[in-house]
Design a protein around this ligand. Structure first.
Ligand SMILES: C[S@@+](CC[C@H](N)C(=O)[O-])C[C@H]1O[C@@H](n2cnc3c(N)ncnc32)[C@H](O)[C@@H]1O
Length: 224
């Protein structure tokens, strides 16, 4: 009987260790309990680059529709970069076409006390970006959901390319572009954006679940 308890204890211990190893937090920047999983490393690098480039204007397409609860599934980027903006006197503009997504993001922003650092915009992202009037230091593309359906995949890729083209003239040498959901069948959300930018004097800094691009003239200490 003792052996049974031993094996059970060992099993539970192994399970906890496995969970701990898989858990990818942004601690101490975000509370340890939030697991950013496949986005943790790129978020961490972007936070470092935002510091180095002294970024002031962050634009996100597709808002945190699940608030911080969505850290593992959606990324919760609005809140992560909102917190960075709060600490660095910057501003996040997050645009979304869905009233419900905006409402959920709004609730979380209030809960986190970020209302002076995150502005939510209810709009189609391409129309919003076309009318955006200031330079963009960090652009995060994460709107039109990617799916298993081939037609939807193409629409998502074209939409993200449309977003990039709509705001391209507001990017500068030290801008950072991050695209979510890329390591997926047929190239994910970023396929066409990446092809386009690579022809335009941009290079890939990280090619993972998210793709991070910077201009060939990027100099991380340029704004300091
Ligand atoms: C994956 S979620 C965004 C997740 C968020 N970036 C985060 O890190 O938590 C995608 C969002 O894009 C929005 N969306 C879809 N099509 C859009 C469009 N044409 N313009 C703006 N937002 C759109 C959806 O309503 C949804 O809320």
């Amino acid at each position: 009987m003792n052996y049974v308890f031993w094996f059970l204890g060992l099993g539970i211990f192994g399970f906890c260790i496995g969970k701990f190893i898989k858990h990818k937090s942004l601690y101490p920047f975000m509370p340890f309990r939030y697991d950013f999983r496949k986005r943790r490393d790129t978020f961490k690098l972007v936070l470092e680059l935002l510091n180095r480039t002294n970024a002031k204007v962050i634009v996100e397409t597709g808002t945190s529709r699940e608030g911080l609860k969505g850290a593992k599934s959606n990324g919760a980027a609005t809140i992560v970069f909102g917190k960075w903006a709060q600490k660095n006197q910057a501003i996040v503009h997050s645009v979304d076409i869905s009233k419900q997504s905006i409402k959920h993001a709004h609730d979380e922003i209030q809960k986190q006390g970020l209302e002076n650092f995150v502005q939510l915009h209810l709009s189609d992202s391409i129309s919003f970006l076309k009318n955006f009037e200031s330079q963009v230091d960090f652009l995060y593309l994460d709107s039109y959901d990617y799916s298993d359906d081939l037609e939807e995949q193409k629409k998502s890729q074209l939409h993200h390319l449309g977003e990039l083209k709509a705001i391209e003239h507001r990017l500068h040498n030290n801008s950072i572009v991050l695209i979510d959901d890329c390591d997926l069948p047929n190239g994910g959300k970023g396929k066409l954006v990446v092809e386009y930018l690579l022809q335009k004097n941009w290079k890939i800094l990280v090619n993972a679940y998210q793709i991070l691009l910077v201009n060939n003239n990027f100099s991380p200490y340029g704004h300091l």
